[in-house]
Design a protein around this ligand. Structure first.
Ligand code: ADP
Ligand code: ZN
Ligand code: ZN
Length: 743
């Protein structure tokens, strides 16, 4: 008798263990297989974790596996082990971890391989002709099949025949049908860099050599390379070596839809050896790409966060491009950090992990310090110049307060406007960046100061020009723009805080002939919209690209010579300890879009806080200076990475109930910490209203614990997790460790 241990696909804690089933003689089952098993009075899908010839479970209690769902195993042995690691590290269930590793469509049998009906001759060609000599339509089909099989769709379209013709031929035994799998292939464009590898510069070669030399050591490297230093070509060279050694590579990018060019470059170089997986694909495309990886046909996987689980065998390298991006941390359970998963996998496979960025996260850069313990240390590699010594763009700071004093009330400083006009005159292109969509971020009455807020949320509503409505960006509620102040009936409604639509409008006002493309969440909601807009800009069908942070990353347009950061302080004023880091990253990245090819670039940063170190360092594009100031600030205020922030958010329509639950949780937290002797791990713990007090009619309170980073953090996480688990219907609780934002 053979027995299989199975994790059933339910995420409840209570069933988070292996259940034993009998493997019927009719099929072979091995670890990683997906199976259908009886569970209580239901049938559930499950994952086989191990197979054995013996069991302690009494025979009377054992039930057989009903079905094996896929011919091939779905979870590689390595990933089964990884699920165990995730379970302990992120306090999630096994099922949670396993689910995150496979395309969602694989579960519940919602998708299969796409097949087409394929038609072939069943008898000799001459015999087939004989049997159809009085049926011209049938004969045409036979002749078409002389050289080999065709799909029925081809036959229909080519000969304009009725389906009955094929049925008749089948009846006579002349033809047979079979199913052929076809691949649903995602759209690619090659990003305009061609398909041959350029000769590396000496600096690039040096870095590539080092990576290749230490490839088999399971090490992590931080590649800090300024914008335009040619990191992509270094990645490509490393992957060439990986493939030469018959291994595979994974490249993670923050959000595929925002980086269609990068995807295109890899596809152009590696062709069908590459696969792309991300949420923008149709379910079918996703499934097919995953299958090609699983079967080993695709050895170079490009994808967003979840691609770190790609079922490649013989993993040689993982590359995390723009490693500083928050998108690498999952916001749902399991709240994993793709960089940690990547480090685990390369260690397991003796591969190499490369974290690449022009603005590394504070956390990663800090780990390159010689003071860090060797097991946590990562190696720093640097590309400090642009390819072929192309100059870094020239930057200029504009103090918008002085513009105001000089009577310029426009959102463009006179300098930015002058440069923009010059840029248009030269037939070059410009990028204008503002991290806010819509027309105005709030509207307010000039007489009484009333600000229109969303009735469901504690946030100001954003004015959208195209349909003249006020929209809430949190609950998507919309109301028409009031003609008079709802509070005092005055007609002096004013717009404040420019967004992308306003910039677009102003460019058209000042330079009517300029063709503008706007890229923000509103213009990119449809499939492939990002790629189409960027493609159009690349073809110079527009002169100015206006956009939110979506346009800051990774874009490479040789003809862009001017970049304007229209309101550089937007992100600086957010109530979050990472606002300086976010601002520095965004400004440095967007500045890096200028002058990437032969034409030199110019960057204009408009700000009301010109002295802030984030702005000053971005102006000088001086990452190290920023790093040192930021580390000082984090240390002084005891923020990560010096501490770990653990947060519980309480949500309920009942404000009192919400607040009470939060306060009770605080007491429980304190007493458990006491009981477990963990007082030394907790620096502070408080309960307060969240900065955004209400979203979608739900009041929001938060418990924030600052923990000393160190060995007991996971025990505290356990405490919080138990509190989170207790939430009932009236008050929802969400737990986050080092949350992406603290709103
Ligand atoms: P990064 O990702 O570091 O910002 P990229 O990899 O996008 O930089 O490269 C910047 C530009 O330099 C691109 O246009 C790229 O095609 C070009 N480039 C990179 N390496 C080379 C090289 N060795 N020879 C010529 N051009 C290169
Ligand atoms: Zn008013
Ligand atoms: Zn709202």
């Amino acid at each position: 008798m053979t027995y299989a241990s199975v994790i059933v696909d339910l995420t409840a804690q209570a069933v988070d263990r292996e259940f034993t089933y009998v493997v019927p003689d009719e099929f072979n089952v091995s670890p990683g297989d997906m199976v259908l098993v009886p569970f209580g009075n239901k049938r559930l899908e499950g994952f086989v974790t191990s197979v054995s010839e013996t069991t302690d479970v009494p025979q009377g209690k054992l039930k057989p596996i009903r079905k094996k769902l896929f011919e091939q195993s779905v979870i590689l042995p390595e990933l089964l082990e990884l699920a165990g690691y995730m379970r302990s590290r992120y306090s999630c269930t096994n099922a949670d971890a396993l689910r995150s590793m496979i395309p969602a469509q694989l579960r519940g049998g919602r998708i299969r391989e796409k097949t087409v009906r394929y038609v072939t001759l069943n008898v000799d060609y001459s015999l087939a002709l004989e049997r159809t000599h009085r049926a011209p339509a049938q004969r045409k089909v036979v002749e078409a099949l002389k050289e080999g099989g065709r799909t029925s769709a081809e036959l229909f379209s080519q000969f304009d025949i009725a389906p009955a013709v094929l049925s008749a031929l089948k009846e006579k035994g002349v033809i047979g049908f079979s199913a052929h799998a076809v691949r649903r292939e995602p759209l690619h464009n090659d990003g305009g860099r061609g398909n041959t590898d350029p000769v590396l510069t000496d600096d690039q070669q040096f870095v590539a050599d080092r990576l290749i030399k230490e490839m088999g050591e399971g090490q992590t490297f931080l590649l800090y390379g300024v914008t335009g230093s040619g990191k992509t070509e270094v990645y490509i060279r490393l992957i060439r070596e990986v493939i030469k050694q018959q291994k595979s590579a994974i490249i993670l990018v923050p959000e595929i839809s925002l980086t269609p060019q990068t995807v295109g470059w890899f596809h152009a170089r590696f062709g069908d050896l590459s696969a792309v997986i991300h949420s923008g694909l149709s379910a079918g495309e996703r499934f097919d790409e995953w299958n090609r990886i699983r079967r080993g046909e695709a050895k170079v996987v490009i994808g967003a966060r979840s691609a770190v689980f790609a079922p490649v065998q013989q993993l040689g390298a993982i590359i995390v491009d723009e490693e500083h991006e928050a998108a690498y941390i999952s916001e749902r359970s399991p709240r994993y950090d793709a960089r940690d998963i990547a480090a685990w996998r390369v260690q397991k496979n003796s591969g190499v992990l490369v974290l690449g960025s022009a603005t590394p996260s504070i956390q990663s850069f800090m780990r390159t310090s010689p003071k860090v313990r060797p097991e946590n240390r990562i190696q720093l590699l640097e590309l400090d110049k642009r390819v072929h010594n192309r100059p870094m763009p020239q930057t200029q700071l504009i103090d918008m307060r002085s513009e105001l004093l000089e009577g310029n009330r426009s959102i463009f400083s006179s300098c930015l406007l002058k440069e923009l006009k010059q840029c248009m005159k030269n037939g070059q292109q410009a990028i204008l960046f503002i991290n806010r969509r819509g027309h105005s971020s709030f509207v307010s009455c000039r007489k009484c100061g009333y600000v229109v807020k969303c009735p469901n949320c504690d946030v100001a509503m954003t004015y959208h020009l195209n349909d003249r409505t006020l929209k809430c960006h949190y609950c998507l509620n919309e109301i028409p723009l009031p003609g008079t102040c709802p509070e005092c009936a005055s007609r002096f409604i004013k717009f404040f805080g420019a967004g992308t639509q306003k910039i677009e409008q102003e460019v058209k006002n000042f330079i009517p002939e300029a063709r503008v493309i706007r890229m923000d969440a509103d213009t990119t909601s449809t499939k492939d919209a990002h790629a189409k807009l960027l493609d159009s800009f690349a073809k110079h069908e527009a002169d100015v690209l206006v956009g939110t942070q979506m346009i800051a990353k990774g874009l490479d347009f040789p003809n862009v010579t001017l970049v304007g950061a229209v309101a550089a302080d937007t992100t600086l004023n957010l109530p979050d300890f990472r606002s300086a880091e976010r601002t520095f990253q965004l400004l440095t990245q967007v500045a890096g879009r200028a002058g990437r090819d032969k034409l030199p670039g110019k960057v204009i940063i408009q700000t009301y806080t010109p002295d802030h170190y984030a702005i000053q360092c971005a102006l000088r594009q001086d990452y190290r200076a920023f790093y040192h100031s930021e580390v000082l600030f984090r240390k002084r205020s005891m923020y990560p990475p010096f501490t770990v922030i653990a947060r519980l958010v309480f949500l309920s329509k009942d404000k009192c109930g919400c607040q009470n639950t939060a306060n009770n949780a605080l007491n429980e937290f304190k007493s458990q910490v006491e009981e477990l002797g963990l007082a030394g791990t907790v620096l502070s713990v408080t309960v307060s209203e969240a900065p955004i007090k209400r979203i979608r009619e739900e009041f929001r309170f938060q418990l924030i614990a600052k923990l000393f980073s160190g060995s007991n953090v996971d025990l505290i996480e356990g405490v919080m997790h138990r509190i989170e688990q207790k939430s009932d219907d009236s008050v929802k609780i969400e737990m986050e460790i080092n949350p992406n934002n603290l709103f």
